[in-house]
Design a protein. Sequence first.
Length: 545
Amino acid sequence: MDMSTDPLLSVRDLSIAFRQGERETLAVDRISFNIKKGETLAIVGESGSGKSATALSIMKLLPYPAASHPSGRIFFKGRDLLGLSEREIREVRGDDITVIFQEPMTSLNPLHTIERQIGEILLLHRGLTGLAARTRIIELLMQVGIPNPAQRLKSYPHQLSGGQRQRVMIAMALANEPDLLIADEPTTALDVTVQAQILKLLKELQGRLGMAMLFITHDLNIVRKIADRVCVMKDGKIVEENNVTDIFKSPQHAYTKALLAAEPRMQAAPMNPSADVILKTDDLKVWFPIKRGVMRKVVGHIKAVDGVSVEVRKGETLGVVGESGSGKTTLGLALLRLISSDGPIVFMGNELQGLRFKEMRPHRRNMQIVFQDPYGSLSPRMSVSDIIQEGMWIHMPHIPREECEKHVIKALEDVGLNPETRHRYPHEFSGGQRQRIAVARAIVLEPTFVVLDEPTSALDMLIQAQMVDLLCALQKRHDLTYMFISHDLRVVAAMSSRLMVMKEGKVVEAGPAPELFKSPKSAYTRALFAAAFNLETASEGVVAQ
């Protein structure tokens, strides 16, 4: 780390306010911090504390003029970034300072291939085209762990898994070897093995390039491994700042202590072999055809789910874990009949395979899903109240609108959100708050079976523990059955009755969760657990997998 006295980035007395109509909300209140060349500063805090707003201010990416800076200046290499014109700040963005956003699906252009999106950055700032650009793109995709990178160049964002899309974002950010990398929850969508690889990669690049990092995260295990210094934010203010060792050994502020103490409590629903089977499938397959040539001839298949058998009993939680691209989310979507599949699917005694759209509708109320990307799954044109009520309008048309509103208020209270915010829109909430809205939308219909696809990935540690408590409480109160898809094995361990480990579309092993966590049989499962509970060891052992 460069120990020179002059900081690369200096944020001084910065305030950020957002105006909506006549109302102005102060999101960040007079914060100051410095980052030296080669240093990593982590900003941690709960959702809505102002972490991401601070990062976006550095690159002038806030929605101006709705956003404003009542006070403060931001100096980068001695230049005041807030005083730069749009043309001047564009020269800084993507070259001197780059950013990895939290939600890759909303950051990547759905109409452009991966090659074109990374190539655009190389063209604008380095003038690379043709073979030179393609060679650099393949090199970047290899660095961030994209398998068969040359074959992925023509892929579109929707053809990649959530973790793969995030890795493409990281490749774009590192393309021009920036002086400062702003990483806003860069490992949120990644499984633990790839997370270990990405953290190791970022540290190696930082050492080679002398790059500074502003690392925003809610995962304190990552902070411990990657940061030099830590700023803890709450309600728009920095409540504590110190080096990473002292923060973890002797936190001073009550909020920091609470954050470090937060851990999901073990409260998995007990297994009941005599309980009714809610959902069952045998030898389920989801194969996506690979077409080439003028006639679009099928030359092969991507076997996203390849012969998986599942049995879920009433009141239990089936945890599904595995690396990004292992088929976890595809399996969940297939079981809900949201994508086509081959193989029988029996839900509450009813055969679903082969049912048409209208024939499926009566079953939809009893089977719900919370998607991994809450921003992408919430309509930006609908208020939170309408988003949560929409399912009730379809499945409970006899309920008066006034009664629907009461259900919305109760659902928001259940997930820890202020019901007064129900008339706002998704973009006015933080990532973690949007995830809670998505959970409220699912539970308001009081379903029987819920697929939870990374429901806690965007949440800070305190809210994550609260969300686990909430989901478990709802499960006990309504006798809910969950399929819990996640790469966070601590949360999976806290919630799961049974565990299923997937790799490359197949089930590696399955069984009672406590037994599997205690003595995994396959080498892959052991590597997965090592990565989750000891990132330092995993960063060496898992990469070689």
